[in-house]
Design a protein around this ligand. Sequence first.
Ligand code: FAD
Length: 398
Amino acid sequence: VNRPEHVIIVGGGLAGARAAQELRAQGHAGRLTVIGAEPELPYDRPPLSKGVLAGVAADDTTLEVAWDQLEVTLTLGRRATGLRPGGLETDRGELGFDALVLATGAQPRRLPDLPADTALVLRTVDDARRLRRELRPGARVVVVGAGWIGAEVATAAAAARCRTTVLEAGPAPLAGALGEQVGALTAPWYAAAGVELRLRAAVIGVEPGAVLLADGSAVPADVVVLGLGARPDTGWLAGSGLALDAALGGAVAVDEHLAASWPRVVAAGDCSAWWSRRFGARLRVEHWDDALHAPAVAVSTLLGRPAVHDPVPWFWSEQFGHVLQHCGYAAGADTVVPRGDPTGPAGWSVCWLAQGRLVAVLAVDRPRDAVQGRRLIAAGATPQVARLADPAVALREV
Ligand SMILES: Cc1cc2nc3c(=O)[nH]c(=O)nc-3n(C[C@H](O)[C@H](O)[C@H](O)COP(=O)(O)OP(=O)(O)OC[C@H]3O[C@@H](n4cnc5c(N)ncnc54)[C@H](O)[C@@H]3O)c2cc1C
């Protein structure tokens, strides 16, 4: 195989850092350059909306990577701005490459026409530090969006004794991710934490001191935080000719080997959408676990040994004193099976089936269900619904 001499990794997050490690571990002996737009060494994001925001964890979440030993040219604070075959444009000039790993992650969605400093978002360590300073007792904090990040921010705000309101356009928290009925099971957590949750509340604007709703009312706010999800950070690739998946937010379209539409270009992590053999669909998986593991496959492919990326997606969230874990992909599900009492102390789960096959599991304060459920999904299990619904039966026994 004709091995690449100079490999460039674009993006200095978890996926970019893991790609650098894997390139050396898998035998790339040539030049290796990482271009990262943020000034920080690659760091972990999940703690930012949890311990860091709550002020109980250090805000230095730098990944443990032996950069010196990897012999990487690490160029931080530099942004890629355009791509053509063999050439990467950056805000500090163009670079040539033989092979490319795209790992530019995602950017928080904002409201259209909203000046950047009117509302905060949470993606970077800087965002987390700034938001933490604003979470003062008594401050009126309005979180727009009851998705994963919104719920975690509301949790931290309530713990900091802020007067917290969450505005959600949909019919339930997490409705986009879990569906209305399952998402609704988390709604009581808000009131229990002293957080006001307003559903079907469509935000049309933010002005100093208030969030404006479509029904003409205004919600007073000292701090506004947007939790509207994220979109792949691939705007700089538009017009390059590299295939992006418009239906999945413009993510870099890659196959099951994580190969992009050009030779010697691969992508991994939040910026990408990969073809899942298991689910027969292209998935955009914005999870830490995927950014951790996909780069090994992408690098193998890049070095001429195409591997297959086909995990059961998995992630977790910590909100209102609960640990949620979700695994699988529920898009094609036809049956939803609740497991355990959502109001009881022992935790509960929900299983999704498609034509009898287990395709997704949500486990709330039931870590074993998450681990065992993920294995069942991986094995293509077709469990009995009655046993699935019985929380006394271990998932691995169903
Ligand atoms: C607050 C928060 C909490 C989270 N909590 C969880 C959780 O509990 N569980 C879970 O599974 N996942 C969680 N996630 C998601 C997880 O952090 C992401 O899936 C993961 O960070 C993806 O890694 P990545 O390397 O693909 O992208 P990123 O971490 O976004 O890194 C991409 C990097 O590339 C840089 N970049 C972008 N464009 C360019 C360019 N043109 N040129 C150069 N550099 C560029 C960016 O600045 C960034 O530094 C959370 C995310 C956030 C923001």
